[in-house]
Design a protein around this ligand. Structure first.
Ligand code: ASP
Ligand code: MG
Length: 404
């Protein structure tokens, strides 16, 4: 008898009808002779609705109370799913994060899991029950409720699979798997049968919204076999594992994209060595995520610095830089928004020179200007104007022969 962790996202549990469908899916797995732990998200858009309620009361709601509020969403789903399973004669029990023993660091809104005390879950499994765990939530050593960040139920599922040494972790969602690019925008997008952890990590971090990036990190660290699949259609999904077993000789596996990016430029930095570290330390202290960084020196000996951020962080970034103008010692600030980042990903790039060159050539020959570039062993990202984003994605998808 094996152990399987199944995770169902918000859309998959969005109504009573859908919850009954999930119950059937859980039942199928038990009938294949497996023990099952189920992790669920809040129903439909209910987390967004809770966030909306809080925002009606305060612009910056208290973070502890925010966790208290948001953790209720998943609690609704676990109870309903447990009722549905028991109704069908399958013994089940629902657990909140703390009942499941999910202990996190003491951070509200974006806590990381530190340990999972699995005894209670194991006891219930031994008694032959299906255990249904609320995703996205945990508890600190001091007994405070925390949440793992938006989309965090994926991480709950993978962490439980790792802690329980499950045979696999199936992530059921509203798409049928991981695609070469977003099929809502590019018709030729094709489902991948397998991707490696590293490729998935890049794709997830680059804005392909199928999986929470931290879930992939966890899966990689603990070698959890993950599969992303549809909760509606009974077809095979995408397997995420150590090495992509199929199609492994393809150099580029996917094209990811993300809009709402702003490029900030700091001109005329006098003491570039110390001001560089001061700038990024100050931004980090203010929780501003900086992505691509470019520095150049001018003839006069001063330096210019450009970096990209999410447009939502622009006002805060400018404020931080202006407040620290005297310490940083620069002449002028400049910001260019309405930018987007388009990235190609594939582990075959490591051994294939010329991939970046081909990307730049494709974009240039179609009149698309590149504003910033960054690379890793398995990805190349280009920042360009938002209005060119989808065209760039389509061109690259075709140029690297990713379509049907
Ligand atoms: N319900 C939470 C959210 O909407 C967590 C999740 O669905 O993974 O972000
Ligand atoms: Mg999700």
């Amino acid at each position: 008898m094996g152990l399987v962790v199944q995770k169902f996202g918000g859309t998959s549990v969005g109504s009573v009808e859908r919850i009954l469908n999930v119950a059937a899916c859980v039942k199928d797995e038990t009938e294949r002779g497996n023990n099952v732990v189920v992790v669920v998200s809040a129903m439909g858009k209910s987390t967004d609705k809770l966030v909306g309620l809080a925002k009606e009361i305060s612009n910056q709601p208290n973070k502890r109370e925010m966790d208290m509020l948001l953790s209720t969403g998943e609690q609704v789903t676990i109870a309903l799913l447990s009722m549905a399973l028991n109704q069908q004669g399958l013994p089940a029990v629902s657990y909140t994060g703390w009942q499941a023993g999910i202990v996190t660091e003491p951070v509200h809104g974006n806590a990381r899991i530190s340990t999972i005390k699995t005894e209670s879950i194991k006891n219930q499994l031994t008694e032959g029950k299906v255990v249904i765990v609320a995703g996205f939530q945990g508890i600190t050593e001091d007994g405070e409720i925390t949440t793992l960040g938006r989309g965090g139920s994926d991480t709950t599922a993978v962490a439980l699979a790792a802690a329980l040494k499950a045979d696999k972790c199936d992530i059921y969602t509203d798409v049928t798997g991981v695609f070469t690019t977003d099929p809502r925008y590019v018709k030729e997008a094709r489902k991948l049968l397998s991707v490696s952890y590293d490729e998935m990590l890049e794709l997830a971090n680059l804005g392909a919204g199928v999986l929470h990036p931290r879930a992939v990190e966890f899966a990689k660290n603990y070698q959890v076999r993950l599969e992303v699949r549809s909760s509606m259609e009974k077809i095979e999904g995408t397997v995420i594992e150590g090495e992509a077993t199929m199609e492994q000789n393809l150099v580029v596996r996917g094209v990811a994209f993300e809009d709402d990016i702003t490029k900030v430029t700091v001109l005329g930095l006098t003491n570039s060595l110390t001001s560089l570290s001061t700038i990024f330390t100050t931004l980090a202290q203010n929780h501003i995520n900086v992505d691509i960084i470019i520095q150049s020196t001018t003839e006069g000996g001063t330096a210019n610095l450009s970096f990209s951020i999410h447009t939502d962080d622009l006002l805060e970034t400018l404020k931080v830089l202006e407040d620290n103008k005297a310490v940083l010692g620069y002449e002028q600030l400049d910001a260019e928004n309405k930018l987007a980042k388009v990235s190609i990903v594939g582990s075959g790039m490591i051994s294939n020179p010329g991939v970046a060159a081909k990307m730049f050539e494709v974009l240039a020959s179609n009149g698309i200007q590149i504003k910033m570039v960054s690379t890793s062993e398995i990805k190349v990202s280009a920042v360009l104007e938002e209005k060119n984003m989808l065209k760039a994605v389509e061109l690259l998808h075709r140029a690297f022969e990713l379509g049907n």
